[in-house]
Design a protein around this ligand. Structure first.
Ligand code: B12
Length: 219
């Protein structure tokens, strides 16, 4: 409906222009008008990818890119309570951005959508060393370790965690799921990850399949 399109386009503009306060207010307005939070999240992802394109085309500098990310985070925090706890416990996930990488917009969206689908998510934040992923996963008896990487130079960190899991005899016991713009299924296969997902919606399907596999094999 026109009303929904109008408010979502205002939200997108706030992200593209890097205005966190406006983004927050527009998200509140979208909720008040009854727009489905999942539809709002999709609009947010699209707007952020436009910011990425502007940066790649050198129309935007780092500051604009940063402010765009701040606006997405502000909008995401407004949506989070409305999405949380819709379902029961679907599984336990340790999530983080790998070492040397501070990008967290995509990871945070993945967290929101996983939580909305009944997963318990422990977010370790950014710049997370492989040993920390491993320690936390053991400590909390996690089903899955989810790792995000947006930099080609930090992608190799994921393989370190997967190797560390294997060395600890936990391969197949704690499963791994990877994502981030520079990744691909081929890369995930190469490093031995149990799953790869292109976006937040796919991440939910992949996580559900992994939990089923883990519990189905009696782990
Ligand atoms: C915003 C942004 C920033 C912000 C980050 C703010 C923040 N809090 O995250 C700031 C300004 C800080 C930043 C910094 C830098 N950035 Co930057 N950044 C971006 C930008 C524009 C958008 C990333 C983003 O938020 N996308 C939107 C989200 C929704 O998408 P996403 O992250 O891909 O996530 C989705 C999927 O990938 C998936 N997913 C993500 N994580 C996970 C995890 C799991 C488990 C699963 C299953 C799925 C999944 O689901 C998500 C939701 O759909 C990209 C450009 C781009 N096109 O990606 C560059 C980009 C990633 N940055 C880049 C660079 C180079 C940098 C800097 C090194 C710049 C510099 N010179 O300092 C620094 C990095 C510092 C560091 N050590 O990390 C390059 C990377 C190039 C490369 N190949 O390595 C890019 C590609 C820009 C470019 N074309 O040059 N950046």
């Amino acid at each position: 409906m026109g009303d929904e399109q109008g408010i979502l386009s205002e939200l997108s503009q706030a992200i593209i222009k890097g205005q966190p306060e406006v983004a927050r207010a527009k998200t509140q307005e979208s909720l008040a008008r009854g727009v489905d939070p999942f539809v709002t999240i999709q609009a947010m992802q699209k707007a952020m990818s436009i910011v990425g394109v502007y940066y790649e085309q050198k129309l935007y500098y780092l500051t604009e890119m940063y402010m765009g990310a701040q606006a997405v985070q502000a909008a995401g925090e407004v949506l989070r309570p409305y999405l949380k706890g819709r379902a029961g416990e679907a599984g336990r996930i340790i999530l983080g951005t790998v070492r040397n990488d501070i990008h967290d917009v995509g990871k945070n969206l993945v967290r929101i959508v996983l939580e909305a689908n009944g997963f318990e998510v422990h977010d370790l934040g950014v710049n997370v060393p492989s040993q920390t992923f491993l320690q936390k996963a053991r400590e909390l008896d996690a089903d899955i370790i989810g790792m995000s990487s947006l930099l080609t130079i930090s992608m190799s960190e994921m393989e370190k965690t997967i190797k560390a899991l294997a060395e600890a005899g936990l391969a197949g016991e704690i499963l791994t799921m990877v994502g981030g713009a520079p990744l691909s299924q081929a890369f995930a296969d190469k490093i031995g990850a149990d799953a790869y997902a292109r976006d937040a919606a796919e991440a939910v399907r992949a996580a559900q399949a992994l939990v089923q596999r883990r519990r189905g094999t009696g782990a």
